[in-house]
Write a protein that binds this ligand. Structure first.
Ligand SMILES: [Zn+2]
Length: 388
């Protein structure tokens, strides 16, 4: 079962990255491409250590954790002001620093929100520096795109590269943001920011457009940190909804709840593949049942006194719902998720029918958690189950 104590995971991520960086990064010059030619950055052990102290500090973890979560809640508040990825693409492809009324109208109709410059926000302020950092410069809040950046093309699926700043901390921060997304198994979300000249009056003459993007693992940059240290970030524009979902998962980790085990969300495709409709009858469900029998799992119900599944024929095993189907029909917002593998558990038919449409008691609930939901089994043993 996937058990994740988030704090521990985050702490380990910090120290693992430090160790990999110290053990593998070699001294020497790195070339960062710019439109006007390459910039050389001289990497030394001293600079690597300094950069690490800032990017993934080894001390005062509680303070780090707090700044980590406040970083992402700030980001979350900016999502409301984000434009659709389609409109952002169109804005990018205007290839102009000046916006006219006709283009503006087109962008708005595609879901753009054009936001006047505002000195009170670091995002909506005209600054030349490309990368925008979160609190204490630990994480990347956004990147500013301007026409004419080196290699600034956006491909068909809205992916693009963003070159690092020319310093060692900047390199490390790029790789570290990527590293945490892989280790915590949550996409790393940041803002992409563009602005245009658009004259409203003498004081108001700039409009911003922002969109969320995520770090993608296109060239396996983490595989060889030394070789890829100075490589660009690979990013993909995404919609607000996807960004909001990723941030929601992170936010749910903020408060540790003693008696709750966090589970990584199952992907949409796995959730559909192993939903009630697909396993309640047919070969897929039989595979799950066989796997449970062969792996010493027991019925979580107490009517049969937790008999091992191997003592039942397949036909006497059933998939129970934690939140019942009837309850979901009464409160229809549940209908979308009632057949999700995380709402399902394997049980003997007798224990299942005795529960009827009632909720599991706390004893039964604990017993289900110990045995695992179908979702838990899929997270861990999908390949084994499929092969049966
Ligand atoms: Zn039973």
């Amino acid at each position: 079962m996937e058990i994740s104590d988030f704090s521990l995971k985050l702490k380990t991520t910090l120290s693992d990255f430090r160790n990999v960086a110290i053990d593998t990064i070699e001294e020497g010059p790195r070339q960062v491409p710019r439109s006007e030619g390459n910039n050389t950055v001289n990497v030394t052990f001293g600079k690597v250590r300094n950069g690490l102290t800032n990017v993934c500090p080894s001390r005062n973890f509680e303070a780090y954790k707090e700044s980590f979560f406040s970083h992402f809640s700030e980001l979350n508040r900016y999502l409301t002001l984000c434009s659709s990825s389609q409109s952002f693409r169109s804005a990018w492809n205007l290839r102009s620093e000046i916006l006219n009324n006709f283009d503006a109208e087109k962008l708005i109709s595609e879901g753009a929100q054009l936001i006047p410059a505002n000195e009170n926000s670091r995002v909506f302020r005209c600054e030349q520096q490309g990368v925008l950092y979160g609190p204490k410069k630990r994480l990347i809040l956004g990147v500013r795109h301007s026409e004419g950046n080196y290699g600034d093309s956006l491909n068909q699926v809205a992916e693009f590269k963003y070159q690092p700043p020319t310093d060692c901390s900047g390199f490390l921060r790029y790789r570290f943001c990527h590293y945490i997304s892989e280790k915590l198994d949550v996409p790393y979300i940041l803002l992409v920011i563009m602005w245009f000249e658009y004259r409203i009056n003498d004081n108001l003459n700039q409009l911003f457009i922002i969109a969320p993007a995520k770090i993608i693992n296109k060239n396996n940059q983490l595989k060889n940190l030394n070789k890829n240290l100075h490589k660009p970030l690979e990013l993909q524009l995404i919609d607000r909804k996807e960004a909001a979902e990723a941030l929601l998962v992170l936010d749910s980790r903020k408060d540790s709840l003693d008696d709750i085990i966090f589970r990584e969300p199952l992907s949409d495709s796995l959730s559909r593949e192993w939903s009630y409709n697909n396993i309640s009858s047919g070969e897929k469900g039989k595979k799950v049942k066989r796997w449970a029998k062969e792996n010493g799992k027991k019925c979580p119900g107490n009517l049969c006194q937790n008999k091992p599944f191997k003592d039942f024929p397949l036909s006497k095993l059933a998939f129970g719902h934690i939140i019942s189907q009837k309850w979901a029909k009464a409160f229809t917002y549940l209908l979308k998720s009632v057949h999700h593998p995380d709402n399902l558990y394997l049980t003997c038919s007798n224990c299942n029918s005795s529960l009827s449409d009632k909720f599991p008691s706390s004893d039964l609930r604990n017993s289900i958690i110990n045995t695992g939901t179908i979702g838990d089994w899929i997270r861990d043993k999908e390949h084994q189950i499929k092969s049966l």
